[in-house]
Design a protein around this ligand. Sequence first.
Ligand code: ZN
Length: 169
Amino acid sequence: MGTKICTKCGKKKELSEFSFCCNRNNFRSKCKQCYQEYNERYRQKNKEKIKEKNKIYTFENKRKIKEQKKRYRQKNKEKIKKQSKKYYIKNKEKIKEQNKEQKKRYRQKNKEKIKKQKKIRHQKDKENLTSAYIANIFHTSIKNLKQYPPELIELKRIQLKVARVIKNK
Ligand SMILES: [Zn+2]
């Protein structure tokens, strides 16, 4: 491989030290290091301008960006899965704390809604004599109910059904 002189630092460097620019079908005139420094300086100098530009672009291309993101996710499913797993392992405690906070905020914000949902769920459980309802009668959790003899649970269901029939007569 040949060498090239960087127009910025004036040093003679291997071609691999220069990025290839597809648009011009040639290597950049600045070496990678100088180009990076130049980019960084440009970013620092134009922070606000870039931010504003990005904002406008994002707003104007909402749908396009969404499509792009979707396509990227579909194409890189495995990679993303691995990355998020790695991220999760690294930030387990932080994520747990965040989730807890989020749940708490949601509960506080939607107190009435949650209350209503709970009531509806309970009503349905009662009607259908679900495991949740039976567990409640036995003052236990659904998980613990699984350790009860199935006959006992079935018997309780029949008992409740009979009581309802009698009550409705
Ligand atoms: Zn250079």
